[in-house]
Ligand binder design. Sequence first.
Ligand SMILES: [Zn+2]
Length: 342
Amino acid sequence: MPVADFQTYCRMLEKTREGHYAYPAFNVTSLTTANAVLKGLAESRSDGIIQVSTGGGAFASGSSVKDMALGAISIAEHVHRAAERYPIYVALHTDHCQADKLEKLVIPLVEETERRRAAGRPNLFNSHMFDGSALPLKENLDIAVKLLERLQKNDLILEIEAGVVGGEEDGIKGEAGAKLYTTPEDTLEVARRLNGIKNARYLLAATFGNVHGVYKPGHVKLKPSILKDCQEAVVKQYGEGARFYLVFHGGSGSELRDIHESLDYGVVKMNIDTDTQYAFTRPIAGHMFKNYDGVLKIDGEVGDKKAYDPRTYLTLAETSMAERVKQAVGDLRAVGTTMFKG
Ligand SMILES: [Zn+2]
């Protein structure tokens, strides 16, 4: 199926919230990792989200170009073409983009979508994240309001973050002693500022002890009940229509019980990066150790072309990552939930 359009994406998000399941959103940086996600989703008969980060976009554009928007466009163009061969819907999203990088990633991508729409072509991306969590809430929301007004005009959904996720992702470190738990007051302010924008849709990453990256069990003290408190507060103040679509960041290494509880409180999207990175690299490491004298030219020998052909180990990596994608779909109760009727 082609990439989901705006109406389909909205229905997908509504269905997940009603059904207490969620879409995994996988960070990809190359054709191979994007293909791994499509394969894993299709084999799970689940729709899902493919996302590109600022660093991922820069990487995909090539190390001498390092243009994050260009790399993101390249990956998105590939996904638009390849997704046609799979019996599921996929949505395209851009991950964490701090205020100082908006001009390098989100704005050029919105402009690209505006050009495409003007030419009668479908949107390139479905949604974009602005990460203002390092800013005071007022500044965060001032930027979010302006951005959402522009996104709404183009059938694009905005994801924002309130509260700070610990750990490190893509070179951005959560500060020590930062606020790891969003408060209901913060989220009421989010609703007050954003819900007035007509026909606009947004997703909210609220933090409840999440940590980016991966930690040994016990390090992370998640409190999913914070999400419940935030939903109850916003529904009480603004009515059922204001109920949030929540996003779970920093989910790697979380207990399944906490993940499931968060789904019951309206999490519709969970970001997955670290776990799929490891799943991708693990069989490559195995291949290199097992075929040591084939991948290297030792003592004047010529090595084994089959062993060092990147396709050999990248196929193993793609398959292993697709398996991890399937596990994530299962963890989020999304197996068999595709809305695509082929
Ligand atoms: Zn985050």
